[in-house]
Design a protein around this ligand. Sequence first.
Ligand code: SF4
Length: 326
Amino acid sequence: MNRTIGFTTTIPVEVIFAAGCTPCDLNNIFVTDPDPMRYVERAERDGFPKGMCNWVKGIYGVVMEKAVNAVITVMEGDCSNTQALAEILRYRGIRTIPFSYPYDRDKKVLAREIEKLMTELAVGEETLALVEKEIGKVRSSLALIDRMTWKERKVTGAENHLWLVRASDMLGDYREYHRMAEEFLAEVEARQGIEGVNIGYIGVPPILLDIYEFIGDAGGHVVYNETQRQFSLPFAADNIVDRYTSYTYPYGVFARLADIREEIGRRDIKGIIHYVQAFCFRAIEDVILRETIGVPILTVEGDLPRTLDTRTKLRIEAFIEMLQQK
Ligand code: SF4
């Protein structure tokens, strides 16, 4: 029977596909819903505090309202709230499967975590190897979309964001996602190059609904989406363990910093927009990033799934103007 397996952040999705299940990134369901506020409201009705990250409330609301058979909760390497979220989900009768990324990037520990997940979902090594090989083709197409953003400048920052952020579950069907990506690549070929000052976007994906469109309108071209690109796992790796240890997001700010610096140079990025989510512990990382990144940085905070407020728009406009004048 095909089961839908939700998850709270990117996990080795190959294992879910190899189990014959449908993966579902709960974040994406939340933020792409025509009315994402209803999930936040559902969580608050159930007692979640106002002063708490709305991504967490959104995930909870989605699980309560959609039919998911189990939720993989990433206990280490993502969010400080996940343990409590996993507990309330279990309390509500949802099957939860814990998964952890080892903070020290220990390959043996990660291999054990992946094995545990395989056992939980009854996946054999041979089936996994076949799926991995096929998914490699999707990852190559996504890497090309990323390249078409910064090198050929034919893909907008918003499109780049969408294609890479959805790599976490490939919309539940990696073959179809591959077909869609190839079709998109053929479509953008004929486009003119996008103008605008090169902007890098770092931090968790935005809850703000129009940030990319606004940056584009203000004269910027987002050529790098840090976390979303990481979700697409664009690494030349021999096996699943190597691939998910090359992935920087779960392993702290210093692992991320090396990738950010490299991409700033490679993509000729003039300024960075660092997105932080209200009430997220990751805002502390902003201190380190500001002092080490080496290009101008604007920190933008979002709270609810809404469009940008006037003050944030003015700040982004002034930032891009300053970069243009430099
Ligand atoms: S934005 Fe921060 S607090 Fe919110 S879910 Fe993500 S990691 Fe957790």
